[in-house]
Each structure stands twice: as structure tokens, then as C-alpha cells.
Design a protein around this ligand. Structure first.
Ligand code: TXA
Ligand code: MG
Length: 325
């Protein structure tokens, strides 16, 4: 059930009291706390099991609040904010005084965004301040795209869950280092590189040539319980069947180009043809294969253009070495 006005007011009250509220955004669900309240922000790290050095994104109700939370905002950053907010774009800027140092992990920069979900915007408007929120999952695991995912994963660690239905975009926001005159992409996400370049009028660096420190970029992240193995699309069926014969419970991400092909595996997810539908479903598919008891997921990378860039980034990291490896 989508949250109503009573739920929103109650959630704003929880935030004012220093509590934690999970809320929908267009990308994934966030686990929010008052961005000015150090103790509340500390509880977010605790609930997630996240190291305190990994900064959070501060969510704002509108671009006009930017000046309260960031300093020396370059013209390029203002242009991006104007064009993409509300929406799945996070800007890293020099931090303003208002944000609690816990939220920025002690960095001199702050990540800010105006989310494009009506329930998130209503919450921000009722609360009035900034909401510091990471994705509402345990550290390193798959991000939640429904209220049910949040409840299953965080349970009592969160004081209130606002339900806004399934997230429309399905992968996290694009994070852009906008501290200087030439921005660079720190994390691909819901706003595509092509969209950013069209507005900026020049090519963008992705994942390199950045001046800011980027904590929280562990090789393993967005990971389901099952091990994820990436292979070329033409090898997917053979690899999956081999692993199944070797005794694995194999889950397959079957590309749309192989639709209808029979695979002897434990579970098969038929991927949608459009990148937008794939992004929307991605985390749900990973959770589904976990739930069905798979211990190995065989997948391949989509074309790295448009939203495919963010999907490929998440799959690579889901397949990355685990802390226990
Ligand atoms: O779509 C999203 O961005 C979602 C929704 C809830 O807004 N949030 C999200 O937050 O993905 P989280 O905490 O899971 O990922 C935020 C990432 C961190 O991993 C960190 O690397 C980066 O943002 N970050 C935050 N502050 C930063 C800063 N000052 N400089 C560089 N990177 C920063
Ligand atoms: Mg996250």
C-alpha cells in the first residue's frame, strides 16, 4: 500500500525524534535520518553494519536548498541540478556547515540529491530539513527496490517504513564529482552518461581522473548470497549446465537474445529486452534467485551504454571477490 499523508507526517515525526525511516526513491529505498543529527546518522551506520568512513547521500526537497548544504557550487553543478533534479543524479560538492560530519564520513565534500519520487518529496517537504540516507540494505548486499525487501532485510533496525511501491529506476543514482569545473562520474546510475554529456556538451570521464576520495567502492558490493559468475553470452547455457552437473544449484540470467532457449538449471530468469526494464528488475532478480536456493548465478554483461553501464557496474561488483574469499 502506498503511503498516505498520515504515514508521511508520522515518518517526519520519527526523523525529528532522531529515528530512522526507510523511504522510497525512484532508484532504490533509502534508510533515512536527520542529516543534522549526528546520533541519528550514527544509528544508520549501525543498522546497516556499514563502516563510519563511508559517507551518505543527503537528500533535499529542492535545488534551492543547495546553498545550505554545499559551498562554492560551480556553475556546471548548478546546470546539472537544474536539468536532472528531481531525479537519479547525486552531486559531490564542497560540504556546507549544516551537514553533520558523521554523514560525510569526515570528508570535506558532501553528496547531495533531490529524489524524483512523490513519497520522498512529500517526506522531505513535511520534514523540512535534509535526510541523510544510504540504500536501505545491510552493508555490501543487494539494494532494496520494494518496502518488502527493506522489512525482510532490516526488520526492527528501522523505526518506520514508508511504502511507495516498487522503484521505477531500480539502480542507484549516478554520482558525479562536481567539485571542479570538469565533472566526472564516480558511480554510473539512473542518469546515463549520454544524458549528462548532452547537457554538458563534452565527453565525461567515468571512474577515473577524479580529485575526490571515493570511499565505499569495495570490489564486492550489491552481492546476493549466491556466488555470481560472469561469462560471455554465447557461453551462458553451457557454463550453467556444466555447473549444474557439478552439483551446484544454478540460477541463470538468460539474456533476451536467448529468449526461449531451454537451460538445464535450478532456476532461470528471462531478462527483459529493454535496459530500463532490466535495471528496474535487477535487484529483485538477484533476490529471487537467492530465495529459490541458488548457490551460483551465471550471467553476462549487457552492452555498456545507456542504463547498461550501471547494470554492468553492479553485476561486476556482485561478482567481485567476497571478504571471505
Ligand atoms: O540512488 C541512490 O543514490 C540511493 C538512494 C537511497 O538515494 N542511495 C545510495 O546510497 O545509493 P549509498 O550510501 O548506498 O551509496 C552512496 C555512495 C557511497 O557508496 C559513497 O561512495 C558515495 O555515495 N558518496 C557519498 N558521499 C560521498 C562523497 N562526499 N564523496 C564521494 N563519494 C561519496
Ligand atoms: Mg548502497
Amino acid at each position: 500500500m502506498t503511503a498516505g499523508i498520515n504515514d508521511i507526517e508520522r515518518a517526519a515525526g520519527v526523523l525529528r525524534g532522531g529515528g530512522l525511516v526507510a523511504f522510497p526513491t525512484e532508484t532504490v529505498y533509502g534508510l533515512g535520518a536527520d542529516a543534522e543529527d549526528s546520533a541519528a546518522v550514527a544509528r544508520v551506520f549501525q543498522a546497516k553494519g556499514r563502516p563510519p568512513s563511508h559517507p551518505l547521500i543527503v537528500h533535499l526537497g529542492g535545488a534551492e536548498q543547495l546553498g545550505d548544504w554545499a559551498e562554492d557550487v560551480p556553475a556546471t553543478a548548478r546546470l546539472l541540478a537544474e536539468r536532472f533534479w528531481p531525479g537519479p543524479l547525486t552531486l559531490v560538492l564542497r560540504r556546507g556547515r549544516r551537514v553533520s560530519p558523521e554523514a560525510t564520513g569526515g570528508l570535506e565534500t558532501v553528496a547531495v540529491r533531490v529524489p524524483g519520487h512523490p513519497v520522498a518529496l512529500a517526506l522531505l517537504s513535511a520534514f523540512g530539513g535534509g535526510i541523510a540516507a544510504p540504500s536501505a540494505n545491510r552493508f555490501g548486499s543487494v539494494s532494496p527496490t520494494t518496502a518488502g525487501h527493506v522489512r525482510a532485510e532490516l526488520g526492527d533496525a528501522v523505526d518506520f517504513v514508508l511504502d511507495g511501491g516498487p522503484c521505477e529506476v531500480g539502480v542507484e543514482s549516478t554520482i558525479v564529482d562536481a567539485t571542479g569545473a570538469v565533472p566526472s562520474v564516480l558511480r554510473p546510475g539512473g542518469v546515463t552518461r549520454e544524458d549528462l554529456e548532452a547537457v554538458l556538451g563534452h565527453p565525461l570521464a567515468v571512474g577515473s581522473a577524479t580529485r575526490v576520495r571515493v570511499p565505499g567502492q569495495h570490489p564486492s558490493h550489491y552481492a546476493p548470497r549466491a556466488r555470481v559468475v560472469l561469462v560471455e553470452p554465447e557461453k551462458i547455457v553451457a557454463e550453467a549446465e556444466l555447473a549444474q552437473e557439478l552439483g551446484h544449484r544454478v540460477g541463470v540470467f538468460l539474456p533476451a537474445s536467448l529468449a526461449g532457449v531451454e537451460v538445464r538449471a535450478h532456476a532461470v530468469v528471462a531478462l527483459p529486452a529493454s535496459a530500463a526494464a532490466y535495471a528496474r528488475g535487477l535487484y529483485g532478480f538477484l533476490r529471487e534467485l537467492d530465495q529459490r536456493g541458488c548457490d551460483l548465478i551465471v550471467a553476462s554483461l549487457p552492452a555498456e551504454e545507456g542504463l547498461g553501464l550501471a547494470i554492468a557496474n553492479r553485476l561486476r561488483r556482485a561478482a567481485g571477490p567476497r571478504p571471505s574469499d
